[in-house]
Design a protein around this ligand. Structure first.
Ligand SMILES: NC(=O)c1ccc[n+]([C@@H]2O[C@H](COP(=O)([O-])OP(=O)(O)OC[C@H]3O[C@@H](n4cnc5c(N)ncnc54)[C@H](O)[C@@H]3O)[C@@H](O)[C@H]2O)c1
Length: 295
């Protein structure tokens, strides 16, 4: 996609990776709507983007609320006339805790923001992108966790990022060619993610103190958000599905594939006639309204 003159909406744009993506897009001549549950942060980043010579607005948005996301879309279209890029980036992580000790409310919160938030974006923006008929792009910020990086103490977060990979993979095949989809899979990045518990809405149990130690790690060993943002912008430009940033993570993706490959080799090696269960042609026949017994 040729970026200059396009307009983007970035959720979770008030801090960290989202902020850096807003500024990187603005640097390419893209107008940006900076959406965040922290209204002041959204407006602050919009101000920084405007200084780069584009139009920018900050919009207080809670991505868990579909009406709030719809209002965000209306505000962006009103400000820019059109929107071609959506970055579903808002995300939260719970303080480190083994899965068996997490609560149902922890799960609701993490999934409502990380997965529900992205899906609210898809439901609100995809129909508008389809109606536009022109080149559009959706980025879903997942994580290297979606590729198989084990994060003990971060199981709910890891599960939510796998969900984002799964829905992105289906979405890219369901949408027509003019709407492309990326899944952004960074590793550890310098950001304010460690403060996510302070932003937990009352509906999901309310705010709690953030773990300072996680913050110290993120700021000292995290990749600068600008590097991730540069990869994201290049991914949008090139229409890449996987946008990856942290080279070491490939070893986890490889070891996951090797384990899956070994499981198939031992338990379900290819055999004659096994294509009978191949889901792709089965789905095509189902979608065409044919009976299972039809050839
Ligand atoms: N920092 C990392 O190490 C890392 C690694 C991989 C993926 N990610 C992902 O990158 C994305 C951005 O996170 P970050 O690291 O920049 O953290 P961050 O906390 O700095 O930014 C996340 C932003 O989302 C906002 N937000 C939280 N809940 C929201 C809601 N309900 N509605 C709207 N906005 C909300 C926050 O206010 C914050 O500005 C997240 O999806 C995160 O999971 C982060």
């Amino acid at each position: 996609m040729n970026l200059n003159g396009k307009s983007a909406v970035v959720t979770g744009g008030g801090n960290g990776i989202g902020r850096a993506i807003c500024l990187a897009l603005a640097g390419e001549g893209v107008n940006v709507a900076v959406a965040d549950i922290e209204a002041d942060a959204a407006r602050g980043v919009a101000g920084e983007a405007a200084e780069l010579g584009v139009q920018a607005i900050g919009v207080a948005t809670d991505v868990t609320d579909e009406a709030s996301v719809a209002a965000l879309a209306d505000a962006a279209w009103e400000a820019f006339g059109s929107v071609e890029i959506l970055v579903n980036n808002a995300g939260v992580a719970q303080n480190s805790m083994p899965l068996a000790q997490t609560s149902a409310q922890d799960l609701d919160w993490i999934f409502a923001v990380n997965v529900g938030g992205a899906m609210n974006g898809v439901r609100v923006f995809a129909p508008r992108f389809l109606a536009s008929g022109g080149p559009c792009h959706i980025v879903n910020t997942a994580s290297e966790h979606a590729l198989g990086v084990p994060h003990l103490g971060g199981g709910l977060y890891t599960a939510s990022k796998h969900a984002l990979l799964g829905l992105s993979d289906v979405l890219r095949r369901e949408l027509p060619d003019h709407v492309t989809v990326s899944v952004l899979c960074p590793g550890i990045v310098e950001s304010t993610l460690w403060r996510a518990s302070e932003r937990r809405q009352e509906t999901f149990g309310g705010a709690s103190p953030a773990p300072e130690m996680a913050g110290a790690f993120m700021s000292q060993v995290g990749m600068p958000a600008e590097e991730v943002a540069a990869a994201a912008v290049e991914g949008i430009r090139q229409g890449r599905f996987f946008i990856v940033t942290h080279p070491h993570a490939v070893k986890f993706a490889q070891s996951r594939w090797e384990e899956i490959g070994r499981a198939f080799a031992e338990q379900a090696p290819r055999r004659e006639g096994d294509e009978r269960y191949d889901l792709e042609p089965i789905m095509q026949r189902m979608l065409a309204g044919r009976n299972p017994s039809d050839e």
